[in-house]
Ligand binder design. Structure first.
Ligand code: COI
Length: 355
């Protein structure tokens, strides 16, 4: 398929790169392509960033066939542009698409289109500390019908947003509310898919946690409300007796985070034992009481590695690492961002060159 490039005549004003926040600004262009049953993917183009015309009856507005991804591009000190494990994101999108009965994309074509889009908007990649170009590929069902059925047409798009840290507090440890009323996903559901509905369902618990003064929610499993699942938009890690613990992927209720996977690999390379086992929230509080819970953090493309400074569960609060960023958390964060920003050798083949 050919990628048509239609450049903007009205470049947008660049934001103040020292005060970006997360997801507030968008670059000059976006990539789009369409799918129709019987025809497959077609009409791939890079065009000026702007509104997308859709029928009010389009599937996505009513029955929510939607999947998305999140990845980042970086400008290294020598002016090169890189991506971090982009193929993993497009492969994961295809797994999400499969769960949502949506068509697969061609990973190579998506990656080449993304690179062309980034090159066109390369001046939008910020270089300030802790900034990057956040990339949001997404797909929606576009068929105009109110019948509950699999959409016969889709739109795939990629938009770009120069970002700072996800949490306004940056690397300051967050305080997290352990949610025992609402759940995020249940076995057999869509928890492992990166789909809008999962995030819509997390908004009420997040709103209530914020009203209580917490910045995120730690979800527990949907059956017993006992085992740790995810922290809002990211995977959860705990350092207990100097070993790492994180929720296993087998239940299909948590997102298979690419930062989660990278963190595990880096930790193992540093000689840290990683345990992917179900972890009961009562045990975490028990370990904390015994002084064995040393650190906790959350991982995600947006959140990178964010330290957790406090957990609140059923009225009990524990401070972790004295509310400071822990040694292992800091070292994993430093190692990860050094690879991502091109300041350290990448022994894993994770960094993909754009130019
Ligand atoms: C990411 O980390 O890229 C995510 O997709 C989280 C997002 C919902 C902000």
């Amino acid at each position: 398929m050919e990628l048509i490039i239609n450049k903007t005549q009205n470049p947008r004003q660049k934001p103040d790169y020292s005060n970006l926040g997360f997801g507030n600004y968008f670059t000059d262009h976006m990539m789009t392509m369409e799918y129709d049953e019987g025809q497959g993917w077609h009409n791939a183009q890079i065009q000026p960033y702007g509104p997308i015309p859709l029928e009010p009856s389009a599937n996505v507005f009513h029955y929510g066939q939607e999947t998305f991804e999140g990845l980042k591009a970086y400008k290294t000190k020598d002016g090169k542009i890189t991506l971090f494990r982009p193929r993993e994101n497009f492969l994961r999108m295809n797994r999400s698409n499969e769960r949502l009965c949506m068509p697969a994309i061609d990973v190579d074509f998506a990656l080449e289109s993304l690179k062309a889009l980034i090159m066109l908007d390369s001046e939008w990649i910020p270089t300030e500390k802790e900034t990057s170009l956040y990339i949001r590929p997404f797909m929606i069902g576009t068929e105009a019908t109110l019948g509950v059925k699999i959409s016969s047409s889709y739109l795939f798009a990629i938009i770009l947003s120069p970002v700072g840290t996800y949490y306004p507090e940056g690397m300051k440890p967050t305080n997290i509310y352990v949610e025992s009323k609402y759940i995020r996903a249940a076995v057999g559901g869509t928890g492992a898919a990166k789909s809008a509905g999962n995030y819509a369902a997390s908004l009420k618990p997040l709103k209530e946690a914020k009203e209580k003064g917490y910045s995120q929610v730690l979800f527990l499993d949907g059956i017993e409300r006992k085992y740790v699942e995810e922290v809002g938009t990211s995977n959860a890690f705990f350092v207990i007796d100097s070993e790492l613990y994180t929720t296993p992927l087998e239940s299909g209720t948590i997102l298979a985070g690419i930062t989660r996977d990278s963190t595990i690999a880096i930790a193992e390379s540093q000689g840290i034992k990683v345990n992917e086992v179900p972890l009961a929230i009562d045990d975490i509080f028990e370990f904390a009481a015994q002084g064995r819970l040393e650190e906790a953090f959350a991982t995600g493309t947006a959140a990178v590695i964010s330290p957790i400074g406090q957990l609140s569960y059923n009225g009990n609060d524990i401070a972790i690492s004295g509310g400071e960023i822990g040694k292992i958390t800091q070292s994993l964060y430093d190692s990860l961002i050094a690879i991502q920003y091109g300041d350290a050798i990448d022994p894993y083949g994770w960094v993909e060159k754009v130019n």
